[in-house]
Design a protein around this ligand. Sequence first.
Ligand code: NAD
Length: 478
Amino acid sequence: MSGYEVRLGLYVDGEWLGGAGRETSQVLNPATGGGHAALPLATAEDLDRALEATRRGFETWRGTAPDARAALLIRTAALLRERADRIARIATLEQGKVLAEAKGEVAFAAALLEFHAGEAQRIYGRVLPRPAGTRSLVLQQPVGPVAAFCAWNFPVLNVVRKIAPALAAGCSIVIKPSEETAGSAVEVMRCFEDAGLPGPVAQCVFGVPDMVSRQLLASPIIRKLSFTGSVPVGKHLTRLAADTLKKVTMELGGHGPVLVFDDCDLDRTLDTLVAHKFRNAGQVCVAPTRFYVQSGIYDRFAAGFAERTRQVRMGDGLAPDSQMGPMANARRPEAIESLVQEAQARGARLLAGGERGGNAGGFFFPPTVLADVPIEARAMNEEPFGPLALLHPFETVEEAIAQANRLPFGLAAYCFTENGRRQNRLGDEIEAGMVAINGVRLSWPDSPFGGMKDSGYGSEDGPEGVAAHLVTKAVHMS
Ligand code: NAD
């Protein structure tokens, strides 16, 4: 018995729509490759219905008092916490990550809902002084119905990260989570439903992604697009949204540079980085990926990284001793394998992992370390999105910064140095939406999460995440 007990369906206008009369796709278990359940896919009529509901939902939700919006978010958070074990298990069964990580993800999603409940009550405007008896008001109002699309790597959190700021701001939403991790999204929607969300305020649909996004984004009802996923799809959706000039938030891929200087606390740095690198089998947009290490410690760093990596236990995410699960789908191990082989052909040295094998049927790829990876290797330029660490030496701080900024991505960067002046310089000069110094945590509910350059624009979380769902209006009262 897998324990994957989810009634999959589309949630439209407060109603669950099942498989009858609809095409379906299979949700798979990445640890075995076997199928869990059939997921109904939206028809064009379903999407029209979802759009119409979202339009109506906005009319009521925009006028709902902020404290009532906040209360709904708080109740949803409580239900998520109550159901955390069950939801985490579903996330592991369909996405692959180890259960402890899935539980952490659910807890963070609940904290994010609670934070947004506070933000819902802190959407202020301004009063501008004018001659006596008159004034101008600057109002912040919800932008309107939102269409959101998100990826499979954080199947619970990604969904909450879209819905929470929209509802806090007074927007309605239609979300299309990843079909590959539909069960987690359905469970999140059930929490909203059971917390008392009025039917038409939030819809959750699945379908053929290109068809769904074209139909939703062509509609003038939708006033904002929010997407988490790859850079090419993000650019494509931004183009679709341009015809009706929707407000856009893009949370896209990265290629996290890690700058490790001679003066760092080497053991602590290695312990922290290896644990972080293989979280979620490296399928994290802010994952540390290109490790630029100063020449004085390069050999020791490489040896220490490889040794720790070999100790990471890979296995089914539900097994208590697994530290890294399978990759989420069959595309990922293939992609990583091809990047590893290409880098080796260019002269990179394999220090750990590197080959698929064993775990018949599952989408496993072992934690892998490549040293002396040439800058021209494909892996040094394309986001691997997997358990692959790439090591490359450097001499000077200027060289390290140039490498960090070399790619069009600008999402997360990590620096390890005890030199305070250098820390400030790195914080100033690295082109990334988030920079971690002597640590790896980049995400808190109150802190903006997002990138620059090809990694996208428009932060999520923090007050910025709600602001991204607001429009500004000036009212001049003469
Ligand atoms: P992909 O680009 O095909 O899909 C990413 C997500 O976007 C999926 O959930 C998919 O359903 C959705 N999507 C794809 N085409 C769409 C469309 N036309 N309209 C609406 N949604 C669409 O890539 P993939 O093979 O699933 O994942 C691999 C790549 O995705 C990685 O290399 C990484 O760059 C990126 N990714 C990024 C993040 C992130 O957090 N930024 C998360 C997951 C994946």
